[in-house]
Design a protein around this ligand. Sequence first.
Ligand code: SAM
Length: 276
Amino acid sequence: MIQQDTLKFEIEQLLEAIDFRYGYDFRHYARASLERRIKHRVGLSGLKHVTEMIPKILHDPNYFDLFLKDMSITVTEMFRDPYVFKKIRGDVCTHLSTYPRINIWHAGCATGEEVYSMAILLKEEGLLEKTRIYATDYNDYSLAIAKKGIYGAEHMKLFTKNYIASGGKTSFSDYYVSKYNSAKIDESLKQHITFANHNLMKDQVFAEMHLIVCRNVLIYFDKELQNRVLDLFKQSLIHRCYLILGDKETLDFSCVNDEFELSSKKERIYRKKNVL
Ligand SMILES: C[S@@+](CC[C@H](N)C(=O)[O-])C[C@H]1O[C@@H](n2cnc3c(N)ncnc32)[C@H](O)[C@@H]1O
């Protein structure tokens, strides 16, 4: 018990130091995985105690970069949860098609697979030409991979399966070029995507959006940070436009619950209500 309390205290000190030095407040991240990841980094750094990380964090920005990399869980795949993409092809695209220009924000885009899936879907629905996709994450390592759009060939089987299940209209191999053990995503898709660093802990709204996709990100945040982010999305979204969350995420009991209606439960698709 005493040991656990000491660990808690040490983690508090570390998180305070990070907030003080870099303005990243990880105190609003879910504790269990935070603790696991910090302990892992302590081990890798050959340290005995969490507090020994503090001087490293304070004085070595490269060490902080490593910490950031540890903190970010980048599990993703193309057309992940294909039924969600299938649903987007229907009602969501029909609504998007009514606008002369479309802005879409993928918040927490990780290594880009979800974003390229959206670009492919929009191309097939005839909407990509008038769309700008903003793909953001706070992890620069992931963003660098996303910008390159090169993925291991070993993933293509799963991605192809997902693409077909999502209602894909042609052959998935039309969207990449195979080279040795990798697959490079078609350059023409990239022209419609802006990748940028954006930290949901502290950054602001940057454009009016017709669709916001933020899947499997809020699960890592506590209620307070979830509410901050959802309020940001509410400000950014145009009325009657859509917000899509991950399959374990919900607007229930959030600060914006009254301002959205549930459009599709299984797919976690919400729609911003009209102002009265
Ligand atoms: C599990 S991935 C989700 C990827 C993709 N949205 C999907 O569902 O397949 C979570 C992503 O959220 C990002 N993330 C975590 N905290 C963030 C923050 N404060 N600001 C921006 N992105 C954040 C992580 O870096 C990671 O890339």
